[in-house]
Design a protein around this ligand. Sequence first.
Ligand code: DC
Length: 223
Amino acid sequence: MPVVNIAIDGPAGAGKSTLSKAVSAALGYIYVDTGALYRAVGLHMLRHGIDPKNADAVCAALADVRVSLRFVDGQQRVFLGEEDVSDAIRTPEASMAASDVSAFPPVRDFLFSLQRDIAAESSCIMDGRDIGTVVLPNAEVKVFLTASPETRAERRCKELAEKGMPTPYADVLADIIRRDYNDSHRAVAPLRQADDAVLLDTSDLDFDAAFAALIQIIKERVQ
Ligand code: DC
């Protein structure tokens, strides 16, 4: 079977991971969440007392970062050395640190071949910010998944509450707007829709409708 790569990019909270997970399971592909890699690098810096905004310090510390992805029953787990940090990377602090470190070109270069190698070996849905534009420019299918900041903040609030971390809506919205700005205004690999990506706006779609739309986009392009 030929390897098929599907690139899904978009801002934080657009539903990329939920949808990608469900669609990859339906298609029998692996799901690669590249944000987890940037989060793991950010977490490493926080744990070692390195300011994630300090380019020189972050880049100097990269040599010590042992990040890897492992797939257990098709589920991605992210490791720092031998420690599974898949849950530890989900805090607001790790989110912001990820956004900060992801602006530095050496960090992006450091994670590039890891992402490329996985996609070369396995049919996958890979989600991130620059998958269709930089990491997998030849992906068979590219989707730019988005939703309004307000919709994304509402969804994130619900998610956080369900995880036992209730957070005020205003804080979540402010965080989303700040991360959007950060991610789309950085000089290297900013968040933007690839010219050949299909735009899917999920603001007015529930999960089932968004899932069906995504499957349809893929089926039209992959036999
Ligand atoms: O998708 P996420 O929220 O887990 O991503 C965390 C941060 O990592 C996000 O603010 C931007 C960055 N990121 C990136 O720059 N490129 C990617 N391919 C994926 C994530």
